[in-house]
Design a binder for this molecule. Structure first.
Ligand code: TYD
Length: 140
């Protein structure tokens, strides 16, 4: 499998219905997302100055959405890095396998919604950065 790069992690516009009484974002796996959603979760009540993430996944695809407020996502692939600021509920960041991610600078009241392609499985995580670098730097 070729190594994924941070440039495979793109910000996607989400399907939105705009209305003067408020907006709706619709997330149907078949119609609106680049993978089948098997799990959703969200982070909230994140204390000021805290960081989340600090890991990569072997197989998991995720779409990360700032459902409320804002935060930064630092992406690394072993060679390149990029920082994406998420601050709109109608855009989502696609994060592909073997990308290291760190989420930080959460605004007060931020909600980080995550749609994921697989059920939770600890063996899918790479949590040790030196081990992660060793793996991605030895992939073909
Ligand atoms: P983790 O994915 O490390 O959190 P983050 O990337 O947001 O910092 O998960 C934190 C803890 O929650 C860890 O013990 C695993 C557990 N967890 C589940 O049991 N199921 C899940 O779907 C998720 C996302 C986490």
């Amino acid at each position: 499998m070729p190594v994924n790069s941070v440039y495979d992690c793109v910000v996607l516009p989400l399907s939105k219905i705009h209305n003067r009484a408020g907006n709706i974002v619709i997330l149907e796996s078949e119609n609106h997302l680049p993978f089948q959603v098997r799990r959703s979760y969200y982070l909230y009540d994140i204390p000021g100055g805290e960081a989340r993430g600090g890991h990569a996944h072997r197989e998991l695809y995720q779409l990360i959405v700032a459902a409320s407020g804002s935060f930064n996502v630092l992406l690394r692939d072993g060679k390149n890095q990029k920082i994406v600021m998420l601050n709109r509920p109608d855009y989502g960041l696609l994060v592909v396998p073997y990308i290291w991610r760190e989420l930080y600078e959460f605004s007060s009241g931020a909600i980080c919604l995550v749609l994921a392609s697989l059920r939770y499985e600890e063996s899918d995580y790479l949590r040790d950065y030196p081990q992660y670098l060793d793996i991605v730097n030895h992939q073909p």
